[in-house]
Design a protein. Structure first.
Length: 121
């Protein structure tokens, strides 16, 4: 299973810089993209039947106006839940949408405020 996180480049650069997570508001360097990837890894979780799913961090890249972070893992059968906290503690009013494709159907979960993990129906 592949997980692709997409950030609006300008927003991610600005917020991560203001939070002191990168040295300057620019994700062009390998080091800055690594910080984004590690930040994402720490703020996104999948769980199956309450057990965390191990996700391997593959990398991050910039394309156009977007920054992408890639992860991979294996989801076993069971009740899937997701927690997407990226940027929400750093940017007031930030909301995150997560699209999941299961059995050919796309399910969208929206996260905002103090939302915690949400089940995938």
């Amino acid at each position: 299973m592949s997980v692709v996180h997409v950030y609006h480049l300008q927003d991610a650069q600005s917020v991560l810089f203001q939070a002191g997570l990168i040295d300057r508001p620019d994700l062009g360097s390998l080091r800055a993209r690594a910080h984004l990837a590690l930040y994402t890894e720490a703020n996104f979780t999948l769980a199956v039947s309450g057990a965390p799913v191990a996700l391997d961090l593959i990398g991050a890249e910039i394309q156009g106006d977007s920054a992408y972070v890639y992860q991979e893992g294996h989801i076993s059968d069971g009740a899937l839940s997701i927690d997407a906290r990226m940027l929400r503690s750093l940017l007031k009013g930030q909301s995150n949408s997560v699209n999941i494709v299961r059995d050919g159907q796309t399910v969208t979960l929206d996260f905002s405020g103090d939302d915690g993990p949400k089940p995938v129906a």
